[in-house]
Design a binder for this molecule. Sequence first.
Ligand code: NAP
Length: 264
Amino acid sequence: MAMPEKRYVLITGGSRGIGAACALVCARQGWDVAVNYTQDGAAAQSVVEQVQALGRHAVAVQADVADEAAVIAMFEILDAGLGRHSVLAGLINNAGVVDKACRVEDMTGERLQRMFAINVFGTFYATRQAVLRMSTRRAAPGSNRGRGGAVVNISSVAARLGGAGQYVDYAASKGAIDTFTYGLARELATEGVRVNGVRPGIIDTEIHASGGQPGRARQLAATIPVQRPGTAQEVAEAAAWLLSDAASYSTGAVIDVSGGRSCG
Ligand code: NAP
């Protein structure tokens, strides 16, 4: 696949944690970067400045991925902004949330709506817009669109472990992401777009605090075969490889980055 010299990747939830680490690893590998966020514009701007310090173009763009209109508006902003410097050739669907630990019978409809709206629908919404721009099926003469690309979906080993007693909703949302990866990879296999996933294990980020357990990553170290939580950087390295041309024969693959914690 002939790719233009300057390419950018959109990273949803790029303002901190795994998304921020993806932004910096991708920038070091030559990508321009669009950093999506919802709440913390200052954190997203800090990531943008770190990417720019590496010599790449970068922009922060606010959108709740669960809001399809906001996602469409975000891509239009990027078309007119970062898209003047480089072509959209990558999407990392990283934005995701957990909720407080509880059993399934205690999960409210409101909780389930939010979980699936962000983790699943948000991934579909962003990917739809990316495919409209990347698929060679959509290529038009003289257009910047339709030159191919790669999508990486951030799943979780919870998709296989199930999250019993704590996060079955979250685990099921990540199971949906794995199925999405397998299906979309085949749908786009002849259209220049590769689709892969990464299943992180327990990674030391702020997501655990948002689920009411700030010390969770370190507390669970003894349950992980390698006896430590992973770092956002370790997940980002796998995502960036799947995004890169070095992974040109990989599509429909999901890599565990979990210190050996990957099944029952
Ligand atoms: P994190 O530290 O909580 O960061 C989440 C990021 O997502 C933030 O940048 C946040 O931006 C953004 N975000 C949240 N809701 C959003 C929405 N509706 N629209 C757009 N952006 C949104 O999380 P993390 O640990 O880096 O996790 C990143 C991904 O890895 C998630 O999909 C998570 O499920 C997955 N994962 C994490 C672990 C782990 O142990 N950490 C394990 C397996 C999988 P704002 O702050 O601006 O809202």
